[in-house]
Design a protein around this ligand. Structure first.
Ligand code: BGC
Length: 742
């Protein structure tokens, strides 16, 4: 039990903190703190530890709960949250146990990985990032929260805000790509979408920022592998998206499985306390990723259950997912005097705050509504939003001689490839409760879009098998057609967790299939369905048109057809570099120059003997059915001191026949600084619709903060001197000017 003195001290701190916010907010916060302190003062040590415990259930395909071996623990008040259980009835049943059968009637949190949709599945997160459209991404997360909360859930394990520059790593599919600026805006959009404006609104759910930290940079791209990086790289590139999500108000944070510079994230006081709480002021709670407390033993930093629990709780972990270590070890550790009960109280306080903020103490069943469960999922509006998001995520990588869009009066289309009609693969990984049997395939989408056209389908081969038995049939289909749509890529299971690859080419015999189709001489467009950058130089060299469609979700087939037919003019831009070969990895646009930048006339400069340095497609790249021309950059002034902003203006014209959206991108380079700076860094962008034949003027505002970086002494701020600005439609933007910061 905490002493009355500590209680008073805490209350004073709370009151002082509250004094900085609005009066209504202050009194709300005061009420919450008083309520929570009172509750904690009634809790036994075991009940406190119970709040710090999260267990998984297991559901079968019919939506029945088939494993719930924690029911007794719930009734003893020894569980704080449950995950992987959904459905109004299941959740109501467990919540009833928690609030009706326990002494203190503390409601449970119910979590699930609602990553890119709940029942209506949106494109995978990497695809959404390719839209460069934070507003639409916010809407996607909003729909996901509405659907999930309609079935009883109040917590999602998203957004995943891990930067990754390594497409070998399968979880690159779950993030927003390689760039901290773009990823930070997207992280904020997702938090806003999930949590909405009012946490007590029953259509909002708590977000969980993961995986803290640097999970996206495992050595050699191998899942769960160690991460070793400089603090400068960590702070400049990997931490900003987590921080952006925290600043946006994300209620919870999840630790990462990996070690960072030798210290497992789940044992890292540096990450969980020094940075997250002390530097960033995070007020919510920290949950582990799955059994990562237990994994401190194989990591080699804990000798057993007691040790692992002590290390992690002291580092700043508040809730143990699935290891059950806190449940069996923490009370014992307190009794031994190894862990202070105040540490436990603080963790419980953080967890109860989230429950309070969600309104669960007021009404533990606010997320349990049979009507909403019946009416609010997979609505026509949600399906339409998923289709819109999918269209916006697609990236046109190549379109020689304007092969696309395909005319509506085309007579015969051959639709070939293992992904053309594979419902199972449309949703991608982490598809929550998405039902793949409801997904629209590319073949179905094209049939609906081209009702008058003869469509011949041939699978050609499987995704990863080595049989060529179906090649002849596919070739014959191609020969009988006016144009071929080749749907190639990865199976859904090939990206996501535990899905690292060393060869990023098309799996199986898919490229050979493409080669056979190419030999027929028929015009062909490849539609790629995949969860990561693939090495597709052969396709790029030989196939006239390539559309990156990623895993586009429930409405994917319709969305691809919208783009192929020109009913939507593609506007996506790559959020991640596409290498030519896996040997170039990690490859990203914001690298440093080196002391020996590549010079083709000199051997001893930075290059490979067997590959160019440059990637196949650069960050920010993507074509449209129209073309955009950039004017010259105008600056409001060429010197600035930081007391005012500098304005950068450019004129962009749509020179083609189609209306189109362009993502106007602004990059900066600091050519002379105390620390070598990247050759370019994205600092601003604007996505805008420009009607055919028209121009738009775009103005960006930069402040001294946009020039800041970790200087030689690791302080964060700008340095005086010249800055180069580049503006254009991708990271190779060639319009450039300089200004001086004085
Ligand atoms: C993943 C997390 C996920 C958790 C719960 C882990 O394996 O790494 O991202 O939230 O499982 O499903």
């Amino acid at each position: 039990m905490r002493s009355g003195k500590t209680f008073l001290l805490l209350l004073t701190i709370v009151l002082l903190t509250a004094a900085c916010s609005s009066p209504a907010k202050q009194s709300g916060e005061r009420e919450m703190e008083v309520f929570i302190e009172e509750l904690i003062s009634k809790m036994t040590l075991e009940e406190k530890v119970g709040q710090m415990t999260l267990f998984a259930g297991h559901m079968d395909q019919t939506g029945a709960m088939v494993r719930a071996d924690f029911e007794e623990d719930i009734q003893l008040g020894q569980v704080g949250a449950i995950f992987n259980v959904y459905g109004e009835k299941n959740i109501r049943k467990l919540q009833e146990m928690a609030v009706n059968n326990t002494r203190l009637r503390i409601p449970l949190l119910f979590g699930l990985d609602v990553i890119h949709g709940y029942r209506t599945i949106f494109p995978v997160p990497l695809a959404e990032a390719a839209s460069w459209d934070p507003e639409m991404i916010e809407k996607s997360a909003r729909v996901a929260a509405q659907e999930a909360s309609a079935e009883g859930l109040n917590w999602t394990f998203a957004p995943m805000t891990d930067i990754s520059r390594d497409p070998r790593w399968g979880r690159i599919v779950e993030g927003a790509g390689e760039d901290p600026f773009l990823a930070s805006l997207i992280a904020r959009a997702r938090v806003r979408g999930f949590q909405g404006e009012d946490l007590r609104d029953a259509t909002t759910i708590a977000a969980c920022v993961k995986h803290f930290a640097a999970y996206g940079a495992p050595q050699a791209g191998r899942e769960y592998h160690s991460v070793d990086m400089s603090e400068r790289m960590l702070r400049e590139v990997y931490l900003p998206p987590y921080k952006a999500a925290v600043d946006e108000g994300a209620l919870t944070v999840m630790t990462a499985f990996n070690d960072l510079n030798g210290i497992p994230a789940t044992a890292s006081r540096f990450l969980l306390t020094d940075i997250l709480r002390n530097e960033w002021g995070f007020k919510g709670f920290v949950v582990t990723d799955y059994t990562s407390i237990l994994e401190l033993i194989p990591h080699g930093v804990a000798s057993g259950e007691l040790d692992a629990s002590e290390i992690s709780v002291k580092a700043g972990v508040d809730m143990d997912m699935q290891a059950g270590y806190f449940q069996s070890a923490l009370a014992h550790l307190v009794k031994l005097g190894a862990v202070d009960e105040m540490t436990i109280d603080e963790a419980v306080r953080r967890i109860l705050r989230v429950k309070y903020q969600l309104g669960l103490f007021e009404d533990p069943f606010r997320y349990c509504s049979p009507e909403r469960e019946q009416n609010d999922v997979m609505t026509p509006e949600n399906l339409e939003a998923a289709r819109e998001m999918a269209r916006k995520s697609m990236v046109l990588l190549k379109n020689e001689n304007d092969l696309l869009p395909l005319s509506k009066s085309i007579k015969t289309i051959a639709v070939i490839g293992p992904l053309a009609d594979s419902q199972k693969d449309m949703l991608g990984s982490w598809a929550a409760t998405g039902d793949w049997t409801k997904a629209v395939t590319l073949l179905e989408g094209l049939k609906a879009k081209y009702p008058e056209t003869t469509i011949i389908y041939s699978m050609g081969c499987t995704i990863d098998g080595d049989s060529k038995a179906l090649f002849a049939e596919a070739v014959s289909a191609a020969k009988r057609s006016d144009v071929v749509i080749l749907a190639l890529g990865e199976a859904a299971w090939m990206s996501g967790e535990a899905a690292s690859r060393t060869d990023l080419g098309l799996p199986g015999v898919q490229q050979e299939l493409a080669e056979e189709i190419h030999k027929t001489g028929k015009p062909a467009a490849v539609v790629l369905l995949n969860g990561r950058p693939l090495t597709i130089s052969w396709l790029n060299d030989n196939i006239p048109a390539i559309l990156e469609a990623w895993f586009p979700g429930t409405m994917g087939g319709h969305a691809v057809a919208d783009v192929l037919a020109g009913d939507y003019n593609p506007s996506g831009k790559l959020p991640v570099t596409f290498p030519r070969n896996a040997g170039q990895i990690p490859i990203f646009y914001s690298a440093r120059n080196t002391g020996r930048p590549f010079n083709p006339d000199s051997k001893y400069t930075s290059h490979y003997l067997d590959s160019p340095n440059d990637p196949l497609y650069v960050f920010g790249y993507g074509l449209s059915y129209t073309s955009f021309e950039y004017g010259e950059i105008k600056l409001s002034q060429d010197k600035f001191t930081g007391s005012e902003n500098i304005e950068i203006t450019i004129n962009v014209s749509n020179m083609g026949k189609f209306d189109g959206e362009e993502v106007v991108q602004l990059y900066l380079h600091d050519p002379l600084a105390s620390v070598a700076r990247p050759v370019r860094e994205l600092k601003a962008f604007r996505k805008l619709l420009i009607p055919s034949g028209q121009s738009r003027e775009v103005t960006f505002n930069l402040s001294a903060d946009d020039l800041a970086f970790y200087r030689l002494d690791m302080t964060f701020g700008p340095e005086k001197g010249e800055y180069r600005v580049f503006v254009g439609g991708n990271s190779l933007a060639d319009k450039a000017v300089s200004f001086w910061f004085e």
